[in-house]
Design a protein around this ligand. Sequence first.
Ligand code: AHG
Ligand code: MN
Ligand code: MN
Length: 331
Amino acid sequence: MSKPLITIERFLLSQQPEYAKGDLTTLFYDLALGAKIIAMQTRRGAFLNNLGYEDTTNVQGERQRKLDVSADETIYKLNDHTGRLCAMVSEEREDWIRIPDNFSKGHYVLVYDPLDGSSNIDSNVTIGTIFGVFRALDEEKRGRIEDCLQPGRNLVAAGYIIYGTSTMFVYSAGHGVHAFTLDPEIGEFLLTHENMRFPENPTYYSMNYGAYPSWSPGVKKFGDWLQSTQQPRLSSRYIGSLVADFHRNMLYGGIYAYPADVKSPNGKIRLLYEAGPMAFLAEQAGGYGSTGVKAMLDTQPDHIHQRTPVFLGNRSLVEKAEEFIREDHKG
Ligand code: AHG
Ligand code: MN
Ligand code: MN
């Protein structure tokens, strides 16, 4: 007998307990709609004049590409008025985002990287969107910065959308990681991967070895260990889109790392809306996420655009990275 076709809507409803079949479920619907809109903007890139740069830089001093800005607008506009959120944080906006006073507020906080892997946009290489959802610390109040600055351990849900050879929506609400593939003919996300887990034996490592000369001694040793010590040997794959590198490594086993280096002592990846949500997914898939020193999910953000070194993937490999990096912190 052939397998049933399960839409994302049906799956979400079947997963949520009765009391939760409300705001969180509908927030996911809106994110799935955002995924379709951004996938369309991505696919039609050049025709919509969507490639290249805006004249602006974001708060991290990075030049904004047109798709960074339009993806941010898409997610913002789908979520500001729904009454489900009390605050948002976007990579592309300097301050945390208040829900306009003319709209009612909800209990959740949405943190997001609208377009991850921006440097890959104009060369037709896989990019993504990352999101995380927290519950407000005080549900009575309108959103506050404290509601945004929560450690990943408090995430209610997290996920990413991957714009690759197909578009996929991958999420966890704390009961495993599930993935849906967009059937572009019918415009629906259909369940294709239930309960994704890192395979026990890893296959890949993903690190930008171009930065090797700037790595600390511990990171260098870890980089060398990945290349030489493993039996059977791991292969190197590095796309330069965290979403794409993580997704492949979750399917085949492996590690994605963006360590600190002498030029960026806190690394490049942002804790709140990139590393935290991905570490939540890693743990939900039987893996682990670390700063190199401790669990990513136990790291309290002090400001919304804080950066952190990142190690994500099979627990055995991430713990090995911690072993080497701890040496850097000894005396
Ligand atoms: P973003 O496009 O949201 O700024 O993030 C890009 C990140 C991450 O996705 C990727 O792994 C990394 O930057 C690539 O950086 P390098 O080019 O320095 O390797
Ligand atoms: Mn990113
Ligand atoms: Mn981005």
